[in-house]
Design a protein around this ligand. Structure first.
Ligand code: BEZ
Ligand code: FE
Length: 335
């Protein structure tokens, strides 16, 4: 129960005058039941799922402390429940609003980093970045040196695509060689990015099926090569609850231009990552917090190639699967 306390005038207190002369009273800030959180944690039974039994005490402590720290009211909590319900109602096969909410809160990027740190077998591995909602399985398998871009002069972004045409090449390497990464042949580089209008092909009826997507198999030297576009910044879908939260927080929905990859090779952990174009104005303010220093790239002007105005060399270093036998490691890591 709250207790009535004498109200101390700060000016009087500054003059060294205490509460003895105070005539007015206010309700003391209620003290919450200090045993309440332990009571809720203690309700977990002996047959609880082991991982949940391990993590729920921490979640409950943080959740309860948060509510107490900021004095959440019933009407604010009701708004939060409605908000989460709205995210669920908007989510379906095409759109995952709850995941988008996690993205703008930085949670997906944080969880991605925690996972990568736990699985890493070397410090030389290329950093991961979130998958995002626009990946499609079974992108066309294309020969090295071919293009993932289908262009027609009737497209409103045709000129932009020509100006941003790029040749991308590099090696897929194994971190198993320690200081000297070993090239991996038959690794698969699965690549996708949005068009200069900021849309992925499945969001855009003007683009052909699987445009700006492809899978490339590395050669005997672990090399891949393809033609693509320098990537363009685009806003994440902001017409739902996550977008509303962004605007209430006075935040923008933009992602810096990026190219997505999933790189996989026998005996190695698949790497899901993105590279970011250093010229992009949003490079330091990604709305989903996926940018990492090592993933920022500088495209260079390309000479003498009618297919590309820019070029980039980028290598991917994959970590070994943690639970492999020595034989498998040797098989996986050598050419
Ligand atoms: C993306 O990069 O495609 C993406 C990532 C998170 C939220 C929305 C889009
Ligand atoms: Fe993306």
């Amino acid at each position: 129960m709250g207790q009535l306390l004498p109200l101390v005038d700060p000016a009087m207190a500054a003059l060294g005058l205490g509460s003895a002369n105070a005539k007015t009273y206010k309700l003391e800030k209620p003290q919450y039941d200090t045993k309440f959180t332990d009571l809720v944690i203690g309700a977990t039974g002996p047959k609880a799922h082991p991982r949940l039994a391990q993590i729920m005490p921490s979640l409950l402590r943080h959740l309860h402390n948060f509510a107490r720290e900021v004095n959440i009211t019933v009407s604010e909590w009701t708004m939060a429940v409605d908000f989460i319900n709205e995210c669920g109602k908007m989510s379906d096969e095409q759109r995952n609003e709850t995941q988008l909410l996690c993205d703008i809160l930085g949670l997906e990027s944080l969880v991605d980093e925690i996972t990568a740190n736990q699985l890493a077998t070397s410090t030389t591995e290329t950093p991961s970045a979130i998958l995002g909602p626009f990946y499609r399985h079974d992108a066309p398998l294309l020969p090295n040196g071919s293009s993932i871009v289908t262009l027609s002069p009737s497209l409103p972004w045709y000129e932009q695509a020509i100006a941003d045409s790029a040749y991308l090449t590099g090696q897929v390497l194994s971190s198993s060689g320690g200081g000297k990464p070993i090239p991996l042949r038959n690794a698969i580089v699965d690549v996708w990015h949005s068009a200069p209008n900021g849309l992925y092909e499945q969001q855009d009826t003007t683009q052909p099926e699987m445009n700006l997507r492809g899978r490339f198999v590395t050669d005997a030297n672990g090399r891949y090569s393809l033609y693509c576009l320098r990537p363009t910044a685009y806003p994440i879908p902001d017409d739902g609850p996550a977008g509303k939260l962004l605007s209430l927080l006075d935040r923008h929905p933009w992602r810096p231009g990026h190219i997505h990859f999933i790189v996989s090779a026998l005996g190695h952990r698949s790497l899901t990552t993105q590279i970011f174009d250093s010229r992009d104005e949003y490079i330091k303010q990604d709305s989903v917090f996926a940018v990492k220093e090592e993933l920022i790239v500088d495209f260079k002007p390309r000479q003498g190639d009618p297919q590309a105005k820019w070029e980039l060399e980028y290598d991917f270093v994959l970590g070994l699967m943690a639970d492999q036998g020595e034989e498998e490691k040797d098989e996986a890591a050598v050419l």
